[in-house]
Ligand binder design. Structure first.
Ligand code: SF4
Length: 233
């Protein structure tokens, strides 16, 4: 899909590049910034599943205040971790998952730290993360991108829906399978990956919403398979 050209444009760019350009024109150029050390990012990403950013921040802050070290989180009774993160929702599942991850990190690294990930390189670091309990492609990509500054694209529900409708990935592509396909279109460039991730989420929230996309006011119409197929293009 990377080489698909945008029909009807005088300057014919690959579709993915035209999408990036229009998203930046609409939502701005997001500069990458480090979210923090990788183990904190990983735990924070687990806490963010199926809840809002506000509840994620509350749950993370509560966890660090109740149990300030990762060793305390790992070795505490699970019920105590569950209580500490209660405000983030799905506390029982997340508490167990966080402790399983910490157990696995300690077992494999000998310390409760993922500080050695960056020196592994991109794909070995991704493989390491994917072998941790309950860690899937999106969670691994969050750690790689937000903490380590590697060009991994987290494909959340907004990124997935927008990419499918635009035709950047074939119909029926799962979110998991979308990761390598979209990353390949973004040229292994951290800043392009970060900007696309942030802007696709903004677009999915503001215009290309799940139930009814606001196509008539969308700046991506000419790049969009969904729009063209619907007969409006
Ligand atoms: S034209 Fe419609 S379906 Fe396509 S990206 Fe824009 S809002 Fe989404």
């Amino acid at each position: 899909m990377a080489t698909t050209l945008v029909p009807g444009l005088a300057e014919r760019r690959p579709r993915s590049e035209e999408v990036e350009r229009r998203l930046k024109d609409t939502y701005g150029t997001m500069a990458w910034r480090c979210h923090g050390e990788p183990l904190s990012e990983l735990v924070g990403t687990v806490l963010s599943q199926h809840t809002s950013d506000i509840n994620t921040a509350r749950a993370y802050s509560s966890l660090r205040s109740w149990l300030p070290t990762w060793e305390e989180v790992r070795s505490a009774p699970t019920a105590r971790v569950e209580e500490a993160i209660h405000c983030g929702g799905l506390a029982r599942t997340k508490a167990r998952r966080i402790q399983d991850i910490l157990d696995a990190v300690l077992q494999r690294q000998g310390v409760l730290s993922l500080g050695g990930l960056k020196s592994m390189g991109h794909e070995p670091a991704r493989t390491f993360l994917l072998r941790l309990p309950g860690v899937g492609p999106k969670t691994a990509a969050c750690v790689l991108l937000f903490s380590l500054g590697l060009p991994a694209l987290p494909v959340d529900t907004h990124v997935h829906r927008v990419a499918l409708r635009l035709g950047l990935i074939p119909d029926g592509t799962t979110a998991g399978a979308a990761h390598p396909r979209l990353e390949a279109q973004l040229g292994g460039d951290r800043d392009r990956v970060y900007a696309f991730h942030m802007n696709a989420i903004a677009h999915g929230r503001a215009i290309c919403r799940a139930r009814v996309p606001s196509c008539p006011r969308c700046p991506l119409q000419e790049c969009c398979d969904y729009f063209i197929r619907s007969g409006r293009g």
